[in-house]
Design a protein. Structure first.
Lengths: 510, 340
């Protein structure tokens, strides 16, 4: 027997042999045949099928993706189109805006330049203004200086004039004194012949002493002038009445018949005052045209035109002594003395307050003037010097009229008071008032009756009041006219009394 | 550098002729059978990718649940193909005719198979079991890296002995010293021997060998293998998962006979049959029954890796050369059932 080990080895060898045999029977025999079969082809075929399936699914996916992409593309294209259009719009807009911008810039620069110009001009103007102001100041100063110099000069000149006038007056005084002495000698003898103690001074001609009647009834109502009648005056010792009015005419009326005798034309302005020469040959009118006109009554022509006043002439009087000297007052604050024979002004008196009424004394040497300040002033004709002044009224003096004998002077004032002064002493002899009596204007003239007993004054309501000088009472109130009375005049023969009103009506009262 | 026997074991493959079950033929003409070579150490589900293309177009519509049957008996997929063949075909049928089904998975008989992964996990589990038996613990398998496990499995799947030889030492499986292997082959397999073990029981004295024993009992007597009746049901097969205690005695060699005896003690009294077919090292090959012991069953056939061996063959050689990659030894035994 084999040893166990040998048996074992034998068994192992057998096993190996069996394995080999199995190999030959199983995989050895079949493997080549199986692998040679068309398995690769089939599997490949199936592989191809799988591949195609995969590719198909991929293709489907690609188609899907493509459709999605083309949709997106369409959207994108549309969007890009709109964006382009938008962009174009914006570009155009930009161009426009740029144009606008350049335009505005240009405008701006232009405006800036203009502004600069304006600023420069303003500066220039300012400097000019300042210069002019300084110049103005200079000028004002100069003017002030000039004015003060002027005043000073005028004062000095007036002073000079006053001094001249004073000198003249002195000379006249001396001469007068001499004359007076002479006259006094002559008068002493005359005075003895007087009966009632009233010294009448007569120079030329004769005196008519006529008893005046108290007027009560209206004789005639004459429509003398168109517009107002500012001045009436009777001829000396006659019933002929001269009226001067706003219609620049002087008319001559017969008061007995109430008819117009004559008209005197030639005045260039309103007739503000009238004066008649003593010989009744000439009529002088004070006109608002700064002139005085002198008519020759008989011929009716203007003999003289007295120029020299620089404002309206509101009062005129002529010397009763000689028909040569005329004195006039104008609103240039002057009184001028005229010589009718020469035809021009011989003297001029200046004063501060305007003179409304003027009256020459009997001897023709003294001028009585009533002023706006209510004073009555006396002037020497020859020297032009102020002799005296007296406050007569609290407001303006409107009328100054001398009595027939020259001793009394009647002044009327806007304070509706009528004062009678003594001409020599300038003391008030009497004061007349009436409640209804209001003076109508600055130039309302009142008058004294020829027998120096009555005073007549018109008032604004158209009535004429008559007072008696001896007792100061109203003796008569004459009502006829309706418009304010501007002027009264008493005839030298005692009657009538005439009154003129603002409507141009003249009434005669007897 | 493995020895010759191991090479044969790894290269072994069974020709299969696979027919589509006629109930599932949905194309005309019926598809021809597929011919594949199935590795003995492999598993049937691993063949599906090879087979499916053949029958894909012929299938009826629906989902696939693939299973095989041999003569009506559904085949358990976790048993290596070679073992199935040795067990079910008493007379080896080459090519082996199988039927493939794509529908109607018999869930009462077969556990579900989810493809390659199920097979892989089955393999790894078996590996752990084997290591537990051999080393006393399976920590080496557990500690193996995922990629190494994958590579090990891949080498098994592909039948790549060289890769397997490279990777398996990582398992540190204790092996039995086998001087016979050294002597039997000229090129000494170093990797198998020499590595005795580092831990575990049975260093040189005793070792435990993991064995899976499949016993098919036939009721009737038969003379030739061709006369073996067909198996009807799995109830005819009993399955033993019992390790063999390898006793190393001085002067004595532990043979295959010894091993079988230890596993199937009821079939004690083995008769050395020299009828031309070597017995595989199953448990005790008992033929005493044929001599007139009617109570005892008779081991008719014991196959390992498709071969029968002399029972005097040292068991250590058998273990080292004929075991499956998961370190299990599969033994198919055909017995005549004891008449009791």
């Amino acid at each position: 027997m084999l040893s166990q080990e040998e048996k074992a080895m034998e068994a192992i060898k057998d096993a190996l042999r069996a394995l080999r045999k199995r190999h030959l029977l199983e995989e050895g025999a079949h493997a080549p045949a199986i692998s040679a079969l068309s398995r690769p082809i089939l599997s490949q075929g199936s592989e191809w099928k799988e591949k195609t399936e995969k590719l198909e699914t991929e293709l489907q996916q690609c188609y899907k993706a493509q459709s999605r992409l083309s949709e997106q593309l369409v959207i994108e294209v549309a969007e890009s189109r709109t964006s382009k259009a938008f962009l174009q719009e914006k570009e155009l807009l930009i161009i426009d805006l740029q144009k606008d911008l350049t335009q505005t810039r240009e405008e701006c620069t232009r405006l800036q330049e203009e502004l600069d110009d304006k600023t420069k001009t303003v500066d220039v103007l300012i400097t000019e203004n300042q210069e002019i102001r300084s110049q103005l100041e200079e000028m004002t100063n100069r003017a002030q200086k000039a004015e003060s110099e002027n005043k000073m000069l005028i004062d000095r000149w007036m002073l000079q004039k006053m001094q001249d006038a004073e000198r003249l007056n002195e000379a006249n005084d001396l001469y007068e004194e001499m004359l007076a002495k002479l006259k006094a000698n002559g008068l002493e003898s005359l005075a003895r012949q007087q009966v009632d103690g009233i010294v009448r001074r007569n120079e030329d001609g004769t005196d008519h002493f006529v008893e005046s009647t108290i007027p009560s009834t209206c004789g005639h109502r004459i429509h003398a002038h168109e517009g107002g009648c500012g001045s009436i005056i009777f001829e000396y010792n006659s019933g002929t009445l001269f009226t001067g009015g706003q219609d620049r005419a002087v008319k001559m009326w017969d008061t007995n018949s109430g008819t117009l005798i004559k008209s005197l034309y030639g005045s260039l302005g309103n007739i503000l005052d009238l004066a008649v020469t003593h010989d009744n040959k000439s009529v002088i009118a004070a006109s608002s045209s700064n002139n005085l006109f002198v008519w020759d009554v008989s011929s009716g022509r203007v003999r003289h035109t007295l120029t020299g006043h620089t404002d309206k002439v509101c009062a005129v009087d002529v010397s009763k002594f000689s028909s040569r000297h005329v004195v006039s007052a104008a609103y240039d604050r002057t009184i001028k003395l005229w010589d009718l024979h020469k035809g021009y002004c011989t003297n001029t008196v200046l004063f501060a307050s305007n003179c409304n009424a003027i009256c020459l004394s009997i001897d023709g040497l003294t001028v009585f003037s009533g002023h706006m300040d209510g004073n009555l002033r006396l002037w020497d004709i020859q020297t032009g010097k102020l002799l005296s002044e007296v406050a007569g009224h609290s407001s303006a003096v409107t009328s100054v009229s001398l009595s027939r004998n020259g001793n009394r002077i009647l002044t009327s004032g806007r304070d509706n008071v009528h004062n009678v002064f003594d001409t020599r002493t300038l003391e008030i002899c009497g004061t007349l008032r009436a409640s209804g009596n209001r003076l109508a204007s600055n130039w309302s003239r009142s008058c004294i009756s020829p027998d120096d007993d009555y005073v007549a004054a018109g008032s604004a309501d158209g009535t004429v009041h008559v007072w008696s000088l001896s007792n100061g009472n109203i003796v008569s109130v004459l009502k006829e006219q309706t418009s304010p009375i501007l002027c009264c005049s008493w005839s030298g023969i005692g009657k009538p009394l005439a009154s003129a009103d603002k409507n141009g009506y003249v009434c005669t009262w007897t | 550098m493995a020895n010759e026997a191991v090479k044969y074991v790894w290269e072994g493959a069974i020709p299969l002729q696979i027919n589509l079950h006629k109930s599932e033929v949905a194309s005309h003409p019926a598809p021809p059978p597929a011919l594949v070579l199935a590795p003995r150490i492999g598993y049937l589900p691993l063949l599906i990718p090879l087979i499916k293309p053949y029958f894909k177009d012929s299938l009826p519509p629906g989902e696939d649940s693939i299973w095989f049957d041999y003569k009506g008996v559904p085949l358990k997929w976790y048993i290596p193909t070679g073992v199935l063949f040795d067990l079910l075909c008493a007379e080896p049928e080459r090519p082996w005719n199988l039927t493939i089904h794509f529908r109607g998975y018999p869930t009462n008989i077969l556990i579900p198979c989810e493809g390659e992964d199920s097979v892989k996990w089955n393999f790894v589990n078996s590996l752990k079991e084997a290591q537990y038996i051999i080393n006393g613990n399976c920590k080496n398998v557990m500690n193996m890296s995922q990629s190494d496990q994958e590579d090990l499995w891949t080498s098994v799947m592909n039948g790549d002995l060289d890769a397997y030889t490279r990777l398996s030492p990582k398992l540190k499986m204790a092996t039995i010293e086998d001087e016979f292997s050294r002597k039997a082959s000229l090129s000494s397999p170093q990797s198998r021997q020499g590595v005795t073990e580092t831990d575990g029981a049975g260093q040189n004295k005793t070792a435990r060998i993991p064995v899976r024993l499949y016993v098919r009992s036939i009721n009737q007597n038969f003379e030739n293998l061709e006369d073996v009746p067909e198996m009807d049901t799995w109830d005819d097969i009993s399955y033993l998962n019992r390790p063999v205690e390898f006793l190393r005695e001085e002067g004595k060699c532990f043979t295959l006979r010894n091993a079988i005896e230890s596993l199937l003690p009821e079939f004690i009294g083995d008769r050395a049959q020299t009828s031309g077919e070597e017995r595989s090292k199953d448990g005790g090959t008992e033929e005493a029954e044929a001599e007139g012991l009617p109570e005892m069953g008779e081991i008719k056939l014991a196959r390992i890796q498709g071969i029968e061996m002399k029972l005097e063959i040292p068991f250590s050689w058998v273990v080292n050369n004929l075991m499956n990659p998961e370190f299990y030894l599969h033994i198919s035994v055909l017995v005549k059932a004891p008449q009791r």
